[in-house]
Design a protein around this ligand. Structure first.
Ligand SMILES: Cc1ncc(COP(=O)(O)O)c(C=O)c1O
Length: 482
């Protein structure tokens, strides 16, 4: 039996009655006076709690009152302020909602997740199977096997023009971990992390986890969602520690042209404290004539850039959980240290599979170019389908597998039986309920005027989804609704 009780401090953010129970009246009496140490071993009576109140200075924001062997016991459920400062992922929330609808028999088309719909290429899967069969199932070095780090160095040299040695690489359980570790490794409390918007949902939250402050620099659809170097220059201070660039971008699919990166590099070079994380995980999913440029390859940028890449997207290996970071040894050794006290080395099996992935040829060879060709067809289809819709603004993606459409023209519309569509979240809810298509609201990515469509789905699903979205949107245009 457990009852949630509220706390006394106005600074507390988690304080509410949740369940009704015989303890509720008791806890409501005490909720205005309860304060004690979180050292809660032993059975506590009300009297002892009150005694502790006067003795200890720490405050309980939230607690559960439980019954154990007929005794009452209080458990402090207060969470770290660090956790309370982090927002839960909207991408995950909408994906879960869509999954629940599918499980209830509603034929929802799920275009919310950032995951290729292809199987991992057979040669990679086979390398993983061989690793298991051959007993390659033990811990690897913390930073990754020398075999894989050597293969990564070769890839970075040949495809990106970047020279690294294996001790300048750390392999992790996904690029997500690589980015978090890098932020934790270089940011001090109060440092600023510059995040151009629209951004991948995790960047600002990771900055918060490191007790740093995310500074969001908006880029508009008319600029193809690319950061304006002048805006960057105007926002840099002595607290600016990191700039996070993502090209090709999630959620916009924008690709930074080399000239623009050079302008950004000239601004960065004026600030000795400023480092750059260059997230290049969508590098291979790019549509010519767009060309990928690694930020670290620009003059003077190698020394201050941490290049992140991984296997999830281009090689359709999301579940294998493998990413990596490359950079100057001083920073990479710090990432390695953090990893050594958290997860240790990534999966030995995945690392063998990743060696096979890097052996498939330049930019992933035939298997990857086959997937990129399919993504391009889908992008072309969606772009022309949505160009037919009045009021929708489009910046044609040059890479990744997302379309970030500006639907703000339709905000302010009242729909019978649904209510007001006032922002990207209500529009996505409407499209889920009315059109049975799961999309992600742009406000999760720092731009409320847009919604994100992931086109990592079959062309026939995308055709059905586009029809449903258009139909649902056209309903909004009827005179009774506008
Ligand atoms: C921009 C970007 N960076 C990093 C990641 C993390 O990828 P993973 O942890 O699967 O390697 C993602 C995944 O969605 C992403 O979109």
């Amino acid at each position: 039996m457990a009852a949630q009780i509220s706390g006394i401090s106005s600074a507390c953010s988690v304080a509410s009655f949740k369940n009704q129970s015989p303890f509720d009246s008791l806890s409501s009496i005490r909720s205005s006076t309860l304060a004690f140490s979180s050292n809660l071993n032993g059975n506590l009576s009300i009297k002892s709690l009150e005694t502790r109140t006067s003795q200890k200075s720490s405050t309980i924001c939230s607690a559960v009152l439980v019954e154990h062997n007929s005794e009452q016991m209080e458990v402090d459920t207060t969470l770290s302020p660090r956790v309370n400062s982090v927002k839960p992922s909207k991408t995950v929330a909408i994906t879960d909602q869509a999954t629940a609808l599918v499980e209830a028999g509603v034929p929802v088309i799920r275009l919310a997740a950032g995951e290729p719909d292809f199987d991992t290429p057979a040669v990679i899967a086979q390398a993983g199977i061989n690793a298991i069969r051959e007993g390659y199932t033990r811990y690897t070095p913390n930073a990754g096997t020398l075999e894989l780090r050597t293969a990564i160095c070769k890839k970075l040299k040949e495809e990106n023009g970047l020279s690294y040695t294996p001790d300048q690489i750390v392999v992790s359980n996904g690029a997500k971990q690589s980015i978090l570790q890098a932020i934790l490794a270089v940011c001090s409390p109060g440092d600023e992390v510059i995040v151009p918007a629209p951004f991948w949902v995790s960047y600002p939250e990771m900055a918060r986890l490191a007790d740093a402050t995310p500074v969001i620099l908006p880029a508009t659809i008319s600029e193809n969602f690319l950061l304006d170097p002048k805006l960057l220059e105007s926002k840099l201070t002595e607290k600016s520690r990191l700039l996070i660039l993502c090209s090709p971008s999630n959620p916009t699919g924008s690709v930074y042209p080399k000239e623009l990166l050079q302008e950004i590099a000239r601004v960065v070079a004026k600030h000795p404290r400023l480092l750059v994380i260059s997230d290049e995980i969508y590098e291979h999913i790019i549509y010519s004539p767009a060309v990928h440029t690694s930020f670290a390859s620009l003059p003077g940028m190698w020394e201050r850039t941490l290049t992140v890449n991984g296997f999830s997207k281009a090689f359709a290996m999301t579940g294998w959980r493998l990413g990596y970071i490359a950079g100057p040894k001083h920073f990479i050794a710090a990432c390695n240290k953090i990893q050594s006290q958290s997860t240790s080395g990534a999966s030995s099996i995945s690392q063998k599979a990743a060696v096979a992935a890097l052996g498939m040829g330049h930019a992933g060879g035939e298997a990857v170019s086959h997937m990129v060709k399919a993504f391009r067809e889908r992008r072309d289809f969606l772009v022309s389908a949505f160009r037919e819709l009045d009021g929708v603004k489009i910046s044609e993606p040059q890479g990744a597998f997302y379309l970030f459409l500006d639907f703000s023209h339709y905000y302010g519309t009242e729909v019978d039986g649904f209510g007001l569509i006032k922002d990207s979240e209500s529009l996505c809810r409407y499209l889920l309920e009315k059109g049975q298509v799961a999309l992600v609201p742009g406000d999760a990515f720092g731009d409320d005027s847009c919604i994100r469509i992931s086109y990592a789905a079959s062309l026939s699903d995308l055709q059905t989804a586009a029809d449903r979205i258009k139909k649902a949107i056209l309903t909004l245009n009827t005179p009774s609704n506008i």
